[in-house]
Design a protein around this ligand. Structure first.
Ligand code: SAH
Ligand code: SF4
Length: 367
């Protein structure tokens, strides 16, 4: 099997080049070609000696996961489904805005953590994504979008992806090694050069792995809270039974000592009649009293047979105002790309539930 160079960060590539008897600066050149120029064909790497190009053609490939389809929503939101060799595939979503372009990246096929309102959780766990499959999502998006006209600004962008959020399928901290290596490539100036503040890992609260992320690659952190007390969180985010709220809040405080931002983002999916009452908002204020934070309220994104409903907008407004009145910063996630089911946290689940039908619809729309 040829070596997939997308599996390496620069250190890994340098070590592998060492085994081939090649110097570190050669690894750097190839790394630039792959990640900065988006070139997968060694023959096009014109400043590399022909003998090395030939050696690479024999021994290596630059192979991102294969795109099963790509689709653009009416509001410019872009979505890719990647074939990773198992039934459901994984999804990546690009959300263009005036001042930024955010890529929502997947870390696993399925998820073992079984949050009750999450369609990925309902699928169960299939496998971890490799480094090449994680960074390959950025490679495909970044190089695919480069040179296109931004629908929001009308400008042609050389750096379409300015932000990455690990909020696609899967729990990134349950695939820590591969995620940390992929994050390192995103941040590396020899590759994408993204700022730590603009790369966000979202976790449902794997406390020991939060500490490891802080040591290994402290990027911005979002924590999926979804409930203000253990009794309710035990129900809807089952990992809470292992790492209850007191431990989670302590881990957030520890993380902040390393974090590139001075706050944690708490995500809170609003589920009608479950966690959206004023009393829940008041409990939240108490819970986060010692954690500098911002709240992101996300209306539940429905899927078939979920058993949950979207909150009424009035309930969301009241909830938000209670938090704001206590001095908390609250954003309410805009729903984007609705026509392609592209809202973050609501990724390949749709395809899993009714694959044939959705796939056919997508193909028709793209045709
Ligand atoms: N596993 C990580 C990251 C992936 S999910 C985590 O749980 O944080 C990204 C976000 O989408 C999480 O906050 C998740 O709770 C949320 N989410 C999951 N299912 C959703 C749904 N049906 N509607 C709205 N948000 C959802
Ligand atoms: Fe996994 Fe996150 Fe979905 Fe929970 S919300 S099941 S942790 S992907």
């Amino acid at each position: 099997m040829p070596q997939n160079l997308l599996d390496f960060d620069l250190d890994g590539l340098t070590a592998w080049f060492g085994e081939l008897g090649e110097k570190p600066f050669r690894a750097r050149q190839v790394f630039h070609w792959v990640h900065q120029a988006g070139v997968a064909d060694f023959a096009q790497m014109t400043d590399i000696a022909k003998s090395l190009r030939e050696k690479l053609q024999q021994e290596a490939v630059v192979a991102p996961p294969a795109v099963s389809y790509a689709h653009t929503s009416t509001d410019g939101t872009r979505k890719w489904l990647f074939d990773v060799g198992v039934a459901n595939g994984i999804e990546t979503v690009f959300i263009p805005e005036e001042d930024r372009g955010t890529l929502c990246v997947s870390s696993q096929v399925g998820c073992a953590l079984e949050c009750t309102f999450c369609s990925t959780g309902r699928q169960g766990f299939n496998r971890n994504l490799t480094v090449a499959e994680i960074i390959g999502q950025l490679w495909v998006a970044h190089h695919g979008l480069r040179g296109e006209v931004n629908r929001t600004t009308g400008e042609i962008s050389d750096r379409p992806v300015t932000n990455v959020v690990m909020m696609g399928m899967g729990e990134p901290l349950a695939n820590l090694e591969n995620v940390v290596t992929a994050l390192g490539i995103m941040l590396d100036d020899h590759a994408y050069g993204l700022s730590r503040r603009r790369v966000t890992v979202s976790t449902s609260g794997l406390v020991p792995a939060m500490d490891r992320l802080a040591e290994r690659c402290p990027v911005a952190l979002a924590v999926s809270l979804h409930a203000p007390n253990d009794a309710l969180r035990d129900q809807i985010v089952p990992i809470n039974r292992k790492y209850p709220l007191r431990e989670l809040m302590a881990a957030c405080r520890r993380y902040l000592a390393h974090a590139p931002r001075d706050f944690i983002t708490f995500e809170y999916v609003m589920l009608a009649g479950v966690n959206d009452a004023p009393e829940h908002a008041r409990q939240l204020i108490e819970l986060v009293r010692e954690v500098p934070c911002k709240f992101n309220l996300i209306p539940f994104n429905p899927f078939p047979d979920s058993g949950y409903e979207k909150p009424r907008s009035e309930a969301m407004r009241v909830f938000r105002e209670i938090l704001q009145d206590a001095g908390l910063v609250v954003t309410t996630r805009k729903t984007r790309g609705d026509d392609i089911d592209a809202a973050c946290g609501q990724l390949a689940g749709k395809v899993a539930d009714k694959s044939g039908r959705v796939m056919k619809r997508m193909h028709k729309e793209t045709a």
